[in-house]
Write a protein that binds this ligand. Structure first.
Ligand code: ZN
Length: 303
């Protein structure tokens, strides 16, 4: 009887340790990032961002708050902007895209996020789009140029909004190598307490955010998540008064112009596969034709 009691207590202790270990590790990483910032080896903004991100990742096993989603998305977004430049060559076009995004989100099940939804244009001819958690959406100039109507453009934005609202990037963090990254970060953070070089810690923390970027941007989401984002995009478009078949138009255009090895082609199923999937659910949505105003808006904003 006594033996059973001891085994029971040991099991409970192991379970409690397993549950508390990640937040504890994150707290250490959080503290170390603040120390690194205070010593001037990384600037205070970077230290705060790392700190907030490690805090958020540390709580991944628990419910992630909208604020944490924002901080994770901001760190990943900052990494995307290390590769691509934001294009501010046409502020009217940027506000036009944000207007489309606003119309879709305000009519969606999740009209608001911690710091609002924002669309930025990336200065590249590559056909690509990224959504990071917390409402950050990036569309490339190449993708915008491939759109032939406002409905098609809205379809691309709706697809990215769907990734955010379905929390695909958060799910990617939960299932990716991020747990290992946190363990490495935690080990190094403990090392700092024992006199380890702070520069090495900074490198490890940077690598951790890099791992998230790798999962979200280079490897892409799973095929079923992409199909789910397309199906959700159709419903978002219909709810906002857009023609859901804009997604079909966009996929047909992508099928024509997209190359498989880069951008969308690298991280998404082929346009042909997505077309088959989207066609299946398209007729569930009412298709209204109120396109005349949108044609004018599109032609003055994009062309
Ligand atoms: Zn996608």
């Amino acid at each position: 009887m006594m033996k059973t009691k001891i085994i029971f207590l040991l099991t409970i202790t192991a379970l409690v340790l397993a549950v508390v270990s990640c937040p504890t590790v994150a707290k250490v990483a959080d503290f170390s990032a603040q120390v690194a910032g205070a010593t001037g080896l990384i600037d205070q903004n970077t230290a705060n961002a790392i700190s907030n991100t490690s805090r958020a990742i540390g709580n991944a096993a628990e419910e992630i708050t909208p604020e944490q989603e924002y901080y994770i998305g901001r760190a990943v977004g900052a990494n995307i902007l290390a590769t691509y430049r934001v294009w501010n060559g046409n502020p009217a076009l940027t506000s036009y895209l944000n207007m489309i995004c606003g119309v879709i989100t305000i009519n969606s099940p999740k009209p608001d996020v911690y710091n609002g939804y924002h669309v930025a244009i990336l200065d590249t001819n590559e056909i690509n789009a990224f959504a990071t958690s917390g409402g950050h959406i990036f569309l490339t100039r190449g993708l915008i140029n491939a759109a032939r109507s406002e409905d098609a453009l809205a379809a691309v934005i709706a697809h990215e909004i769907a990734h955010i609202q379905l929390q695909h990037s958060i799910k990617a963090i939960r299932t990716s190598r991020i747990t290992n990254a946190i363990m490495v970060t935690g080990a190094s953070a403990a090392g700092v307490a024992a006199g380890m070089n702070v520069n090495e810690l900074t490198d490890v923390l940077t690598e951790s955010v890099g791992e998230i970027v790798q999962t979200l941007v280079n490897n892409g989401y799973s095929q079923s998540q992409e199909f789910e984002a397309d199906a959700t995009a159709l419903s978002l478009l219909a709810s906002a008064g857009y023609n859901p078949s804009g997604l079909i138009d966009m996929l047909n255009e992508l099928n024509r112009v997209q190359t498989s090895g880069s951008g969308f082609g690298k991280t998404h199923p082929t346009p042909a596969q997505r077309l088959t999937n989207a066609q299946r659910t398209l007729n569930q949505h009412r298709v209204t034709d109120t396109s005349q105003y949108r044609v004018t808006r599109f032609n003055t904003s994009v062309r």
